[in-house]
Design a binder for this molecule. Structure first.
Ligand code: UDX
Length: 432
């Protein structure tokens, strides 16, 4: 089929490339001409394992093309995926839909034959209705169908999550688009993906409800970890004991720092905004947001305790600063709260991250990027494991240290406490 992906970010580029790898003709469109030129050279603007190989392969066999010409790209395609950003509005909890509506207006003037127009971006419930109104102004309703097809791609695992989804959710109010999309996704369905067709608004809510539930699950285990630290129980035992119950499941039950990323913080706030609009109180999600926002302060207090409340001139190392492993994404990473706060209190911070220097810290005093773990821990008083990169899992700290041993605060519980303590290090972690 002929597809057009509008927006070449994490969602549009990954989905577009994977659709082309399944044999479709895909045009990835972006208004950012430098990004498009880089993509044509095989330079990928995002850190996603395995993506560049797929881009180069499908660009070479001409199934995948890149363009800044949105009108012609839409005219050439049968299915249009809207994959632009829907960030949280400043000083608000609602989603900023300006890019969505701007694209809807452009699509509206490019309908030369029947089109299926799909919101793959995460959009608040009823956004599909608004897009339908915009496009109906210039086009007869039988010339298009507006469909919700939310993505469930985790950064760092996005290709796997596309090829092996737990489910494909199609929200449309007509049968024609449903049968066309079932055909588009048939290669994944034949590999075992569940395909569900529901109303458009239901599909829009499934996305927010799923992310809000995952955020709730993580916050729940993080609060259990707080209790475990007080009682002297190992949170890992709780995660295992709970996770074996199939109704609970063991995934997304790892205690850690506050959750971050481009989705959970944004989506939990957006669903609250939707609930306000429909005058319903989502008290659980409100408490999840509050608990997670407090978590970085809670872990900062833990750091103050570990350093006996003496922060000034203390040398603190962060191993990993992105919001999770296997991504270069800093959006809502808990390090963005912890590092500036510690630097304001006079600490001298060094950080190492496998994805390199972070511009986010350039304005913070006494915060320095180091090119290796070894350089970053040299002379440190406290080494914090902030992100669970595999690169950190087999570090032999004993070989890294000359002289006084630093304290280790493992915020991802990636080490065995017994092993680290046996090497003579003071060791703290989460919920243990
Ligand atoms: C999420 C959803 O998982 C995905 O389905 C959706 O499409 C986009 O948002 P992503 O934001 O890439 O994906 O990251 P995810 O792997 O879900 O992790 C989100 C946050 O939760 C990270 O900060 C991560 O460190 C944290 N997390 C995750 C935990 O603290 N514990 C866990 O067990 C799992």
């Amino acid at each position: 089929m002929k597809l057009c992906m509008i927006g070449t970010g994490y969602v549009g580029l990954v989905s577009g490339v994977c659709f082309s790898d399944l044999g479709n003709d895909v045009i990835c469109v972006d208004k950012d001409i430098s990004k498009i030129n880089q993509l044509k050279k095989g330079n990928i603007p995002i850190y996603e394992p395995g993506l560049s190989e797929l881009v180069i392969k499908n660009y070479k066999n001409k199934r995948l093309t890149f363009s800044t010409d949105i009108n012609n790209s839409i005219k050439k395609s049968d299915i249009i995926f809207i994959c632009v950003g829907t960030p949280t509005k400043k000083n608000s909890s609602s989603a900023d839909l300006r890019q969505i509506y701007s694209v809807a207006n452009k699509i509206s003037s490019s309908i030369n034959k029947f089109k299926i127009i799909i919101t793959k971006s995460t959009v608040p419930v009823t956004t599909g209705d608004e897009i339908e109104k915009i496009i109906s102004k210039k086009n007869n309703k039988n010339k298009f169908s507006i469909v919700s097809n939310p993505e469930f791609l985790r950064e760092g695992e996005a290709i796997r999550d596309f090829i092996f989804p737990d489910r494909i959710v199609i929200g449309s109010n007509d049968k024609k688009s449903n049968s066309i999309l079932k055909n588009l996704y048939s290669p994944l369905i034949s590999k075992g993906a569940q395909y569900i067709h529901t109303s458009r608004r239901a599909a829009e809510l499934i996305k927010y409800a799923s992310n809000s539930f995952l955020a709730t699950k993580i916050t729940f285990i993080n609060e259990m970890a707080n209790l475990c630290e007080k009682i002297g129980i190992n949170i890992e035992d709780i995660s295992i004991g709970m996770g074996l119950d199939k109704r609970i499941g063991s995934r997304f039950l790892r205690a850690g720092p506050a959750y971050g990323g481009s989705c959970f913080p944004k989506d939990t706030k957006a669903i609250i905004s939707t609930s306000d609009k429909f005058k319903t109180n989502l008290s659980v999600i409100k408490s999840v947001i509050k608990s997670n926002e407090n978590r970085s302060n809670l872990l900062l207090n833990r750091i103050y305790e570990i350093l006996n409340k003496k922060i000034k001139n203390k040398k603190i190392t962060f191993l990993g600063v992105t919001f999770k492993a296997n991504t270069d994404d800093m959006r809502d990473s808990s390090s963005l709260k912890m590092i500036p706060t510690l630097s304001k209190k006079g600490a001298i911070i060094k950080y190492f991250d496998p994805t390199g220097y972070k511009i986010e810290f350039e304005k913070n005093k006494n915060v320095f990027y180091e090119k290796s773990v070894k350089k970053s821990v040299e002379g440190s008083d406290l080494v914090i494991i902030h992100t669970e990169w595999n690169d950190f899992k087999s570090i032999n700290f004993k070989n890294l240290v000359k002289g006084k041993k630093f304290i280790i605060y493992d915020m991802r519980n990636i080490y065995s406490p017994a092993k680290i303590k046996a090497q003579g290090f003071k060791y703290f972690s989460i919920g243990r």
